[in-house]
Design a protein around this ligand. Structure first.
Ligand code: GP9
Ligand code: MN
Length: 632
């Protein structure tokens, strides 16, 4: 057995340490990553190591000193180029590189001009590891061994690499559960698993969806279209076009669930403004409306609203399929003269919005840079909802009309922290701080919506707009069943958990006067056709899975991303059928006909996204492919 010898491996060790330090210094000097705590700082320091150990470690398999040195040098040049490219890219886009950006043709112009303009002389420092390695190779005597390293050395080395990797991943997972399945944000990924591992992850993610896309052909589009056309619901002529030409203001109510609407907590009204609105003659309030999001949370709700497609299973579609062709609500409205935009006081790259919004043809994203954010007007995840809606309305005043603006609120986000002065009601008193504080942050968001309405009236935008507001997803998960049971004074069953996925939907049309509460079972998937029909725009033939809620043919049937579903008579959870009125388990007969339909529908939606089928429908670039298929 050959013993590990430091001197024999000194070039390798110097290389690892040099690139590790260069990378870390690069992190600190070139990227503006916010560190939340000491552990986060430690993870940042640790995170280049596992990749570097692995990639440089492959040198252990090379016997000739020359080959080894060339390999080590190549790796160091390669890692330096990766870091340098990210640094230059970051100066311009404030984001890390992701493959789809490199392949988006409209980015090329920006990229090439920004590369030259954004290079600094100090960028040479990214190559300091290369220099150190060159010196090491030059001055350290070469080890020409028949066998450079023994089996045991290699084994121990790669076990150590795996241990470092595991340590890194488990620390990252503790900081951010589900980091890799949900993706969240490139900055979070780089902070937690490191720039190099992030690029590997990105390559795997993008290659996977690319490969699946290649296998798809237009024949699947015909199958899916047939299914959709068979389920098309004609709009109600009384409602079609009633909001034609008006601005559309869509508000995503962060984590607001229906159980707070028209209810009290310890004698305190939770949502006074939203309660009044349910009775307002200009408002349609939907009391049995469901979110249908999966792991992509807010981003899934945006995706469903824009496309009337379901998100993907096991990930955030905003990350996995941002390179697809879509026929979004924004695109349709844009084609009809609307200025389409999103207002959200968070970083551009969160949920990959910057990239996905391009794919959705959203004209402008007013991200955190478009808002005046200070410590005073921030709490929890960022800017508070009240200043956010005030500044959003100020932006709307500057917009060309008609516009379609989507506002994404943020204060009512887990962990539901609030400043003392914004606590308008007392907290709840259960065993869950999360639920206890939730009521207070919902109360604050309700106040923000009141301010939004006042501002719109004040600035003269109200009368010529319609306001659509919906809860994006649940705020209180099943982990808080016990506390929720204390609030509702009952034991929470799987049936209750399904019904808890109800989120409020408001469609407010100033001056309309014939609003009402609608208790039809419906979901986020129905928003796109419903809104387009109100604007007097047809959707027949569109590849969408929802239908106009106002249509007499709208079916009370909502499918959740995880396969649960709700109809007007039943709720189906994990092979058990419940009666929707009593909540009791019942014979499966009521659910049976819908079980198969639910999985077919989710399957068709997945097929559409995975195969990027809308590209076959799209005029222009993809048209030849479609023609090709038609000839077959
Ligand atoms: C982040 C915000 C919250 O920008 O939309 O996302 P969530 O965690 O609710 O999905
Ligand atoms: Mn959300």
């Amino acid at each position: 057995m050959k013993k590990f010898s430091w001197s024999r491996h000194s070039v390798l060790i110097i290389a690892i340490v040099a690139t590790w330090i260069t990378t870390y210094i690069g992190y600190i000097t070139s990227f503006n990553m916010k560190m939340d705590n000491k552990m986060q700082e430690f993870i940042l320091l640790l995170n280049p190591l596992s990749f570097l150990l692995f990639i440089y470690g492959l040198a252990l398999f090379m016997k000739s000193a020359k080959k080894r040195n060339i390999y080590i040098l190549t790796v160091s040049i390669f890692t330096s180029i990766v870091m340098l490219s990210n640094a230059v890219f970051y100066r311009f886009f404030n984001d890390f590189i992701t493959l789809p950006v490199l392949f988006q043709t409209n980015n090329f112009g920006d990229l090439s001009s920004s590369v030259t303009g954004n290079m600094h002389l100090t960028d040479m420092l990214f190559f300091s590891d290369v220099l150190i390695i060159l010196l090491a190779i030059r001055f350290i005597p070469k080890v020409e061994h028949a066998e450079y390293s023994g089996k045991t050395t290699k084994k121990l080395y790669f076990v150590m690499t795996a241990v470092v990797m595991m340590l890194n991943l488990s620390l990252a997972e503790a900081q951010r559960p589900q980091l890799l399945t949900r993706s969240f944000d490139r900055e979070l990924l780089v902070k937690n698993i490191g720039a190099y591992n992030y690029h590997l992850y990105d390559i795997v993610l993008q290659t996977k969806s690319h490969a699946q896309r290649v296998l798809a052909d237009g024949s699947e589009l015909v199958e899916v279209s047939n299914h959709i056309n068979a389920n098309y619901a004609e709009p109600d002529p009384e409602k079609f076009g009633i909001a034609k030409g008006r601005n559309i203001i869509a508000v995503s109510l962060e984590s607001v669930q229906s159980f707070v609407i028209n209810e009290e907590m310890n004698g305190q009204v939770i949502t006074p403004f939203l309660n009044d609105l349910t009775k307002d003659p200009d408002t349609f309030y939907f009391s049995d409306f469901y979110h249908q999001t999966g792991l992509g949370k807010t981003s899934d709700s945006e995706f469903i609203l824009e496309n009337s497609l379901y998100g993907v299973n096991g990930g955030a579609v905003f990350f996995t399929h941002s390179g697809n062709t879509y026929d979004s609500l924004s695109e349709r409205l844009g084609d009809n003269g609307y200025f389409t935009n999103v207002l959200h006081a968070n970083g551009r790259s969160f949920w990959n919005r910057d990239i996905m919004y391009d794919a959705l043809n959203i004209e402008k994203f007013y991200d955190v840079e478009s808002f005046e954010v200070s410590d005073e007007n921030s709490v929890n995840w960022g800017m508070k909802d009240i200043p956010f809606v005030e500044q959003s309305v100020a932006h709307m005043q500057e917009m060309q009309q008609p516009f379609y603006s989507r506002l994404i609120t943020l204060t009512n986000h887990f962990p539901f922290d609030l400043n003392e002065e914004d606590k308008l009601i007392e907290a709840f008193d259960s065993n869950s701080t999360t639920l206890n504080q939730y009521f207070q942050t919902v109360r604050y968001t309700d106040e923000a919506i009141k301010v939004l309405f006042e501002e719109l009236k004040d600035k003269g935008l109200y009368d010529n707009s319609i306001i659509v507001m919906y809860g994006d997803h649940y705020g209180i998960s099943e982990n808080h069943n016990k506390a929720m049971g204390m609030y509702l004074d009952k034991e929470i069953t799987p049936y209750d958990n399904a019904k808890q996925q109800r989120v409020p939907l408001y469609i407010h049309i100033p001056g309309y006067g014939e609003g009402e509460t609608i208790d039809e079972v419906s979901g986020q998937i129905d928003l796109r056709p419903t809104i387009l029909h109100l604007m007097g725009l047809e959707t027949k033939g569109d590849l969408q899975f929802g239908s106009d809620i106002f249509s007499p043919d709208h079916e009370p049937f909502v499918i959740f991303r995880d396969g649960r579903f709700v109809t007007d008579k039943n709720v189906f959870v994990k092979d058990v059928c419940y009666d929707t009125v009593t909540g009791e388990e019942v014979d499966s007969a009521g659910c049976d006909p819908f079980v198969e339909r639910a999985s077919t529908e989710l399957g068709y939606s997945d097929m559409t996204i995975i195969g990027d089928l809308l590209r076959f429908k799209d005029e222009g670039i993809s048209k030849p492919e479609f023609k090709e298929f038609e000839k077959k």
